[in-house]
Design a protein around this ligand. Structure first.
Ligand code: GLN
Length: 267
C-alpha cells in the first residue's frame, strides 16, 4: 500500500497536524513527502491500529505513545496524563518568571510525563535545578525515560505531594495536579489515569491542599504556579485568601479564554 492510498481512505479521520505526527514516526514529513512511497507491513499494521483506536475515541497520543509539548516530543503512556496545550501556556509563563526572578530551584509537582519540568530545564540548561515528583511509580518511570531521551538533568523523585521534600526547598513550584470533578471523568478521559485527573467531588481536593502546603516548601518570596479547571477560579481565589500568605501576581487564561492558572508569590 502507498501512503497516498492510505491517505485517501483515512483523511477524514485525522487532521493535517495529526497526520504529520503519525508519519513523523515513520521518518517522513507529511504532507511534503513522497506520497507514492510504499508502506511496509509493520507500518500498515501500525496505521490499522491507530485508525481502529481513533474510531474508539482513544486519544492519538496514547496510540502513538507520545505527544508534542512546546517544541519537544514526550513519551506518554496510559499511566500519565496526556500533555495539553493549556499547560504549554502555563509552562511558558513559568519560564518567563524563572528568567525575570533568576530562580534556581524548581519543582514540577505531580509531573506525570515530566513535560513541564523537563521543558523548563531544557530552556535553562545548567542554570536551574529541576525536580520532578509524582506519587505514581509508573508515571515517574515515563518521566525518567523522557529525561534520558531529551538529555535533561531534571531529577525524578517519588513523592506524595511534598512528602519527599524539606522546608524552604524551592524558588518555584509549578503544578498541574488533578482537578477534574470525579463525576466529570468520562468519554476520552477514561483512557487516562484516574489518579492524574480526579480532584474529588468538587475537583478542588488537591488544589486546596497545595495552596495550604506550598508555603512551607517555598523559599521566602518563592512562587507557586498552578493550573486549575473550568469555573474553579472563584473557589481557588477563596482558598488563596483563606491561606492568607500569598500575593496574587497573575491569573492565566487558556487559548479558549478560560481562566486556567494562577501565579502566586509567597509573601
Ligand atoms: N486539563 C485536563 C482536562 O481538563 C485535566 C488535567 C488535570 O486534572 N490536571 O481534561
Amino acid at each position: 500500500m502507498r501512503i497516498k492510498d492510505w491517505y485517501k481512505e483515512n483523511k477524514e479521520n485525522f487532521s493535517l497536524s495529526e497526520l504529520n505526527f503519525i508519519f513523523e514516526s515513520f521518518g517522513v514529513n507529511f504532507p511534503c513527502l513522497d506520497l507514492n512511497k510504499i508502506l511496509n507491513k509493520k507500518q500498515v499494521d501500525k496505521l490499522k491500529k491507530i485508525k481502529s483506536e481513533r474510531l474508539k475515541s482513544i486519544p492519538l497520543a496514547l496510540s502513538l505513545g507520545k505527544e508534542k509539548f512546546l517544541d519537544r516530543t514526550f513519551n506518554v503512556s496510559s499511566q500519565t496524563l496526556l500533555p495539553r496545550p493549556e499547560t504549554e501556556l502555563l509552562t511558558e509563563k513559568t519560564a518567563q518568571i524563572i528568567k525575570e526572578k533568576k530562580f534556581k530551584t524548581v519543582l514540577d509537582l505531580g509531573c506525570g510525563s515530566g513535560c513541564i519540568g523537563i521543558s523548563l530545564e531544557r530552556m535553562f540548561p545548567g542554570k536551574i535545578n529541576v525536580h520532578l515528583s509524582d506519587i505514581s511509580k509508573e508515571a515517574l518511570a515515563v518521566a525518567v525515560a523522557n529525561t534520558v531521551n531529551l538529555k535533561s538533568k531534571a531529577q525524578a523523585v517519588l513523592s506524595d505531594l511534598f512528602s519527599a521534600f524539606g522546608p524552604d526547598s524551592f524558588d518555584l513550584v509549578v503544578t498541574n495536579l488533578p482537578y477534574v470533578k470525579s463525576s466529570q471523568i468520562k468519554g476520552s478521559l477514561l483512557y487516562e489515569p484516574k489518579i492524574a485527573l480526579d480532584g474529588g467531588e468538587d475537583g478542588l481536593f488537591f488544589i486546596e491542599k497545595i495552596i495550604n502546603q506550598a508555603p512551607r516548601y517555598l523559599k521566602e518570596s518563592g512562587y507557586l504556579i498552578m493550573e486549575f479547571g473550568f469555573r474553579q477560579k472563584k473557589r481557588v481565589e477563596n482558598f488563596i485568601k483563606t491561606a492568607n500568605c500569598y500575593i496574587i501576581r497573575e491569573w492565566i487564561k487558556d487559548y479558549a479564554g478560560i481562566w486556567r492558572g494562577v501565579v502566586l508569590e509567597n509573601g
